[in-house]
Each structure stands twice: as structure tokens, then as C-alpha cells.
Design a protein. Sequence first.
Length: 135
Amino acid sequence: ADRVARRFFVQAAEQLAFPPAQRPADATYLLDLRVYDYGLVADSFEGAVYFALEADVLLVDRQTGRQYWEQRVRERETLDASLFGLPIPVGNVVTARALTTLSEEQMRQGLERLADFAADRIAQEFRDDYYAARR
């Protein structure tokens, strides 16, 4: 979840045109990312594996505590080879059995890709709402 938060915060800071503060006490606004559920889910060993994410994101004025934005993020995406960074011969939809054949390094890289994907999805929702609010 740390990787998701760091990547999202960098993108959101760019969107708001505020440099990220080193400490919350130095920030003008606080982005609060609360991840409730994050991981891979498989209904069976041979069935498709899903990537699941459930989180809340809030934008708060640090001084006043006023909340400017809140978004509930719910993602459930079928894990496919390209999303997890697997070679095409593994097949389009990844099963739990296919994951058991991966090396530790392949699994680490795949989970990092999923974390980046999750952060990008959260950032996209933030960006879409930000643009809609400015119209």
C-alpha cells in the first residue's frame, strides 16, 4: 500500500500544482488515502484471478480541516498477463495455478506493476473529478 500511496501522491501533487511536503505539518492540503482492501482474489485454483482494491481518498485543508473532496474507489479487474507483466504464453487470463509457477522475482515485479496500476487508477479518478470541478 505504501507504493500505491507514494505514486498517487506524486501524481496528485502535480495535478494540484503543489509540491509534496516532507511533513504533513508543512502541507497546505492533505491527501488522505485509506486503503481498506487490496490484493489478488481467486475463487478457485483454476479460475481467473482478480485484482481488488477498495479505498477512500480525501482532500483536506490542513489548517481548517475543511474537506474539499472525497472519493470512494472500488476496483475489481481480471488479472491478465499484460497487467501482471507475464509473457503471453501464460495466457490472457491468469489463474491461481499460473501464479504458482512464477519465481519470487516475477511475483515481486507483478505485484509492483499492480501497485502502480492501482495508483494510476486512483489518480485518474482524482484527475477526472478535479477537471469536472473546474468547469
